[in-house]
Write a protein that binds this ligand. Structure first.
Ligand code: PGA
Length: 253
C-alpha cells in the first residue's frame, strides 16, 4: 500500500509571524493524524524557525525546501546548496516546479542534475512535471511529461526513484482555480506509472504520484479517490490552516 502524501508549498508568501501562526494551527489540527505523510515547504529564509517549531511541538509534519542549486557548493551567490537543506533538517525538496521551469527557465537537464544531488544528500525529491495549456491543446501532454521524467531517469537511473515522489501538476491548473477533470488526472497518473513500469515494475507500483493544481477541500474529494493518486501538492490552499488540514483529513478518510 502506498502511503498518502500532502505537501504545502508556501512559495514566496507570508512573513515569519503569520507563517508561525499558520504552522502552529496546522500542527494542532493534525496532531492525531498518523496515516498521511504531511510536509510543509517554506521559503529557505524560514526553514530553520519552522523546523524548530515542528521539533518543539514534537510534530510528525516534515520539512521540505522549495528548490536547491544544481551545484554542490561554492561561488553561486543567492543559491542554496542541497547539503544545506539536509543540514537544516529538510526531508524533502521540490524539484522542477512549474514556476522554476517557466519563470526561472530551468531545463530538464538542470532539474535532472538537481535530482542527482538531492539523492546524494539524502533528500527525498518531489519531482514536479506537467504540461502547459498550449502543449495540452496540441496533444503533446503525454510526450512532455514522459520527457520530463526520462531526463531524470537517464541521469540517475530508475533505482533512484525508489525513494522519490512525482507530482503531476498541469501548468494551466496552478494558481488559476482551474482543476483538471478527475478522468484526465487518473489518465495521466496511470500513464506515468505505466511509463515507469517499462523500466521497473516494483518502483512504478510503489512510487507516490501526487496531483497539484488548484486543489481545495471543495474539489479534492473526486481527485483523492482516484486509484493512481497518492496525495496532493497544494499552493494557495496551504496558506489557510483550515483548508490545508481539511485536505489532509480528506486524504486520511
Ligand atoms: P496551487 O499551487 O494549489 O495554488 O494551484 C500548486 C503548486 O504550485 O504546487
Amino acid at each position: 500500500m502506498r502511503r498518502k502524501f500532502l505537501g504545502g508549498n508556501w512559495k514566496m508568501n507570508g512573513l515569519k509571524s503569520g507563517l508561525t501562526a499558520l504552522l502552529t494551527a496546522v500542527i494542532q489540527q493534525l496532531k492525531d493524524l498518523a496515516t498521511v505523510e504531511v510536509a510543509v515547504f517554506p521559503s529557505d529564509v524560514y526553514l530553520e524557525s519552522m523546523g524548530n517549531l515542528l521539533k518543539a511541538q514534537h510534530s510528525a509534519i516534515a520539512l521540505g525546501g522549495q528548490n536547491h542549486c544544481d551545484h554542490e557548493e561554492g561561488a553561486y551567490t543567492g543559491e542554496t546548496a542541497p547539503g544545506m537543506l539536509q543540514d537544516i533538517g529538510c526531508r524533502y525538496v521540490l524539484l522542477g516546479h512549474s514556476e522554476r521551469r517557466h519563470t526561472f527557465g530551468e531545463s530538464n537537464r538542470v532539474i535532472a542534475r538537481k535530482f542527482a544531488l538531492a539523492k546524494q544528500h539524502h533528500l527525498i525529491p518531489v519531482l514536479c512535471v506537467g504540461e502547459t495549456e498550449m502543449q495540452r491543446d496540441i496533444g503533446e501532454t503525454e510526450a512532455v511529461v514522459r520527457e520530463q521524467i526520462n531526463a531524470v531517469v537517464n541521469e540517475v537511473g530508475i533505482n533512484a526513484l525508489a525513494k522519490a515522489i512525482i507530482a503531476y501538476e498541469p501548468v494551466w491548473a496552478i494558481g488559476t482555480g482551474k482543476i483538471a477533470t478527475a478522468e484526465a488526472v487518473q489518465e495521466m497518473h496511470a500513464m506515468i506509472r505505466k511509463h515507469l513500469a517499462n523500466s521497473d515494475h516494483d518502483i512504478a507500483q510503489n512510487i507516490q504520484i501526487i496531483y497539484g493544481g488548484s486543489l481545495k477541500p471543495q474539489n479534492a474529494k473526486d481527485i483523492f479517490v482516484l486509484p493512481d493518486v497518492d496525495g496532493g501538492l497544494v499552493g494557495g490552499a496551504s496558506l489557510k490552516a483550515e483548508d490545508f488540514t481539511a485536505l489532509a483529513k480528506l486524504l486520511a478518510s
